[in-house]
Design a protein around this ligand. Sequence first.
Ligand code: PMP
Length: 308
Amino acid sequence: MAQMYEKVWMGEGLVEASQAKVSVASSAILYGLSVYTVFPVCIASGGRERVVFRLSDHYERLLNSAKIIGIDDFVQGWDYPHFVSAVKELLQKNAVKSDVFVRATVHVVDEIAGIKSRGLKTTLSMFVYDAEPILSPTGCRLKTSVWRRIPDYAIPSRAKVNGAYVNSVLAKQDALDVGYDDCIFLDTHGHVCELSAANIFIVRRGVLITPDVTSDLLEGINRRSVLEVAAKELGIPVEERSVDLTELYIADEAFASGTSANIAPITEVDSRRIAGGTVGPMTAKIQQFHADLLHGKLPKYQNLLTKC
Ligand code: PMP
């Protein structure tokens, strides 16, 4: 398991990790009523700088998650400059010197509040941990899950809400139990949706294809970067549309994208090899581009990075 750093942001300042607590009677614990995001912090400029990739997008998604669920205290109580200064203090006081992930969570902390979301107190927590990817950069094996992705009309995947991750745990554990690395979720229509915590792309005849944002998936920040930055820069045509499972089986290449997954080549799905069980050429290009982008090696895209 990844190592967690000592100082944790809790509410309005830093505390020791052992002191960062929420009550057993809070809605966060009782109903999974918390929203979160995980963002990457990379060491750039030959070790001289810490940079966060697309921090404002992470903040915006956190706000939108709170808005969808009706967690209005956070929506009213924070703004982006305040959030950035908290992130800076967290990284500086932990003296972060290697690539890490930060998990920022808005917990509903009122006790025995009943089944509701509006008008309740929230606390923002942020902790830092080593950036160990959840999927191998050299290939992962996936199994289609018998559990379907929770549809937008039940618990919206567009909102990154803690309680909804039971759906991901069920599906991923099933895959792990039979020796796979992760699951493929189908949506309620039987179309390919995403992994337990990453979006999915396939390549067919030179076109990069990914399920569209109305397919009950999380609108991944890296998904958008692959579409709008990497594919554009590398001259790769893209399509956002429904994807059948059998298209995935016969794809020339496939990969997952996400903060914790990076760009992870998919080399097998349900005992069918993809890209001959290797990292396909387009996947390799996008993987390299993405790593360079996050580590500040592309001068044209410095605007996507926040120095912390
Ligand atoms: N889908 C799910 C269900 C996720 O949990 C994640 C990880 N946040 C992603 C996709 C990828 O999102 P991002 O690129 O913003 O990390």
